[in-house]
Design a protein around this ligand. Structure first.
Ligand code: P6P
Length: 337
């Protein structure tokens, strides 16, 4: 008989000793993400029933004020993290400034800062396209017992102690790393339990999928234009296939499984790119590297970039190692001309 898959809870207990800090802390971090993901999943999957649940900003038939789903998701993740007494600070795409969490005893004794994009790609909800939650976890730098400061959030990605994403798709998955590989858990909605469905996820070194919004082609840097022409040329295993969902978590999740590269470059419309370094690029880069892939801004490793602002944007090249390196070659060559 097939061995029943391990649950997320059993996996956390089994892997606890890999988390280099206190034993209970990783559990509390991932367990709070797990709970919030189930709550948000329920709401996201109901979103299509607008006339029953009501569209955002309207009052539904129960007379409840409808929140925008990304606002709702933000509140669920923030409150769940606060309740678990694990975070001393939280930063979110939905909040201009970071949130100081003093703890129930007002001691500021919690040790971790969590940065997140609570519902990335939320504009896709109305057209039933998968969306995601992205989270990134650091140990605070400033003394325990004092209020968290901006310095605790502006850490390079190499300092992350955990990172992951939830993808609300045809099935809901939680995929995360604590620096010892990447594992994916699929929710069984009938019983509300996540099961280990994708152990030790790996990016293929090569792939034939490129994910980029070619509608911005004329605004791209020359190196990106040259790389796209390379992808589309009849030679060897090319032309590659273009697949772009417009939902970062979905595009990277597919590329990790099938092999591929995701690019959001600078453009004249987005001179620093569109994606946020701290709570989109760094966590996805940590996961990508842990799965054997590569992530850069076209020149420099994402995880080594020194952040200067909470919501700063960077160009993002992420995916199969050989594909990212080929794209970086074109970026370098174009700069030398
Ligand atoms: P564009 C969603 O808004 C997002 O942040 C990512 O999830 C996605 O990959 C990208 O932006 C899509 O941006 O400009 O192609 O619509």
């Amino acid at each position: 008989m097939m061995e029943p898959s391990k649950t997320l809870g059993e996996f956390i207990i089994e892997k606890q000793e890999e988390f280099k800090y206190s034993t209970g802390e990783l559990s509390r971090i991932i367990n709070s993400i797990r709970l919030a993901a189930k709550v948000v999943n329920y709401k996201v999957n109901k979103a299509g029933l607008v006339d029953i649940v009501g569209a955002a900003g309207e009052v539904n038939i129960q007379g409840e004020d409808q929140q925008k789903l990304d606002v709702y998701a933000n509140e669920v993740f923030i409150q769940t993290l606060i309740n678990r007494e694990i975070a001393c600070g939280i930063a979110s795409e939905e909040n201009d400034d970071f949130i100081t969490v003093s703890g129930s005893d007002n001691s500021h004794n919690n040790k971790y800062v969590i940065l997140m994009d609570p519902l990335d790609g939320s504009s896709n909800i109305d057209v039933n396209v998968p969306v995601g939650t992205i989270f990134s976890v650091y140990r605070r730098l400033t003394p325990i017992g004092s209020p968290v400061t901006l310095e605790d959030f502006l850490q390079p990605g190499i300092n992350q102690v955990a990172a992951g994403y939830v993808i609300y798709g045809t099935s809901t998955m939680l995929v995360y790393t604590t620096g010892h590989g990447v594992n994916g858990f699929t929710l069984n909605p009938a019983i509300g339990t996540f099961y280990l469905s994708h152990p030790n996820m790996k990016f293929r070194e090569d792939g034939n999928i490129y994910s980029i919004n070619e509608g911005n082609y004329i605004h791209f840097p020359q190196g990106v234009k040259d790389y796209l022409k390379y992808c589309q040329k009849e030679e060897g295993d090319r032309p590659y296939t273009s697949r772009y969902i417009g939902s970062l978590v979905s595009d990277i999740h597919r590329n990790m499984i099938k092999g591929g590269i995701y690019i959001y470059p600078t453009s004249t419309k987005s001179p620093n790119g569109k994606l946020r370094l701290l709570y989109e690029c760094n966590p996805m880069a940590f996961i990508t590297e842990q799965a054997g892939g590569k992530a850069s801004d076209g020149y420099t490793r994402i995880l080594e970039l020194e952040p200067t602002e909470l919501h700063e944007r960077v160009p993002f090249f992420c995916g199969s190692k050989n594909m990212v390196e080929k794209a970086e070659e074109f970026m370098l060559y174009a700069n030398e001309e």
